[in-house]
Design a protein around this ligand. Structure first.
Ligand code: AMP
Ligand code: GLY
Length: 474
């Protein structure tokens, strides 16, 4: 990566190129727009109508095999900062390719993005750095993986090592499930090359939380915790999705546990990345499980979560242009920000068929009125995710997650009620959303589904081979 002569502090005006076209990027665009430092804001195509209403379309295709045109565009328009939303672009090396004399990149290099793009790398890094995580083994050969799970009939999780658009993880009750998952990944290659290597790890139990931090390579600034609801059905039932909704903050995490996560997860991970000469400048996201044995990492992501971003940014009290610039410049120690004490609840309106094959092309009504109402308030935010504009000017569905709505209120119950009310105003054929986002934070809640048998020992994993034993402290 080329290095640049870095200005001493964030310039008064910064032109920005935002990469990505979903709800997360619409939330980023809205927050960047609030900054007095924002010059021109550009969005890569295809974008969504929400982003296009507040950003200019970048006339050049983001083709990393021929980056010359994008680089010329960055220079011509004096774009000082590129903010990258999605993991795929980061894994492809967008940060390495676009960094220039006068352009900073908010998002890790390809080497550092491996923490998400290669789960086997992430697992090894966690072992070396003694970061608490599920005990697990990495397999390159199907026979060995099959033998491993058949000889240990205990709940496990099978993961494709590569990027699989959030679908390459199968939570198994026992050997029979695991055998099927391994076969799908390694023999049938359902996730393509992502399944060439897999990880089989112990199945953990506990509450799942998303802990995100701005990281500038050295300095770590943790954001308030969020909880995402990945399963499609109310009560956390049915298949996994990209995320049906999220809320923040959460009463499930106390200050002490957050401090443990910072000390035992973020600090050693960022140190280990630096030792690997992998420059991480962007958002590091730890998917955590609060287990009876302490918090443990399920996965790392190298970018903002979607929809966690839509729940976190409305609460962020700070200048996002300055924060992103400082993160990208390695000067995060020079900025500060706080969070609105109100609770944010983000609910995602989805298309029928999601998460399988969502129906597309349905005309959406009620959205423009809702956006108008939201624009006049400080506690309601509407984000386009899977929408597009037809030639005739209609806004239609173009993806599984169509629109995300975030409401802020003094209590989670009020925030959820307002978000649900707003989501009901977004109408198209077969639209659905979960009305229970945040239910896990509610005292007295009992799961509708019986939990899987508790994992009381991980002997099957840690005893399997000293060569692959985790050195985790957890
Ligand atoms: P990941 O993409 O690695 O976060 O996995 C997707 C989902 O699978 C997570 O959000 C968890 O709900 C579940 N999961 C992943 N790893 C484990 C594990 N070791 N134990 C239990 N559940 C897991
Ligand atoms: N909401 C989960 C993710 O962004 O990976």
């Amino acid at each position: 990566m080329r290095t640049m002569a870095r200005p001493a502090s964030c310039p008064d005006r910064v032109n920005i190129l935002l990469i990505g076209s979903g709800g997360r990027e619409h939330a980023l665009a809205q927050k960047l727009r609030q900054s007095p430092r924002l010059g021109r804001l550009w969005t890569t195509l295809p974008s969504n109508p929400g982003i296009l209403s507040i950003a200019e379309p970048c006339p050049v295709a983001l083709d990393l095999r021929a980056p010359f045109h994008v680089r010329r565009f960055l220079e011509r328009e004096s774009i000082g900062l590129v903010v990258v939303g999605p993991e795929a672009a980061l894994a492809d090396g967008v940060a390495d390719v676009l960094a220039g004399e006068s352009t900073l990149i908010f998002g890790p290099t390809r080497a550092a993005a491996r923490i998400e793009a290669d789960k086997a790398y992430a697992k090894s890094l966690m072992r070396q750095a003694a970061v608490p995580t599920a005990e697990g083994r990495i397999f390159e050969h199907m026979d060995a993986a099959m033998e491993f799970v058949r000889t240990r009939d205990e709940p496990c999780v099978v993961k494709a090592a590569g990027l699989a658009a959030g679908k390459g993880v199968v939570v198994c009750d026992g050997a029979a499930d695991a055998v099927v998952a391994i076969e799908r990944m390694m023999a049938r290659r359902e996730f393509g090359d992502a399944g060439a290597r897999i990880i089989v790890e112990e199945r953990l139990q506990g509450q799942e939380l998303s802990i995100l931090a701005f990281v500038d390579g050295r300095t770590i600034w943790l954001l308030d915790a969020a909880q995402d609801h990945k399963q499609v059905g109310e009560g956390d039932t049915g298949p996994n999705t990209g995320g049906m909704g999220a809320y923040s903050p959460t009463p499930l995490l106390d200050e002490e546990t957050l401090a443990i996560i910072e000390r035992e997860v973020f600090v050693p991970t960022v140190d280990a990345l630096r030792r690997d000469e992998a420059v991480f400048r962007g958002v590091l996201y730890a998917g955590m499980m609060l287990t009876p044995g302490g918090p443990k990492v399920l996965e790392f992501n190298c970018r903002f979560g979607d929809p966690e971003c839509q729940a976190l940014l409305p609460r962020l009290k700070g200048d996002l242009v300055e924060i992103c610039w400082a993160t990208a410049a390695g000067r995060l120690d020079e900025v500060s920000f706080t969070f609105d004490p109100r609770t944010a609840c983000c609910v995602v309106v989805c298309a029928p068929g999601y998460p399988g094959n969502p129906e597309k092309g349905a005309v959406i009504s009620g959205l423009a009125e809702l956006e108008k109402d939201a624009a006049a308030r400080d506690d309601l935010f509407v984000y386009h995710a899977g929408t597009t504009t037809t030639r005739g000017g209609d806004i239609v569905t173009s993806g599984g997650r169509v629109v995300a709505v975030t409401a802020l209120a003094d209590t989670l119950a009020d925030a959820r009620a307002r978000a649900n009310e707003a989501c009901a105003r977004v109408r198209f054929k077969g639209a659905f959303f979960r009305r229970d986002i945040g239910f896990r934070a509610e005292p007295g809640w009992t799961p509708r589904r019986l939990p899987a048998p508790a994992v009381t020992t991980s002997a099957g994993f840690s005893g399997a081979s000293s060569e692959t034993r985790a050195t985790s402290a957890g």
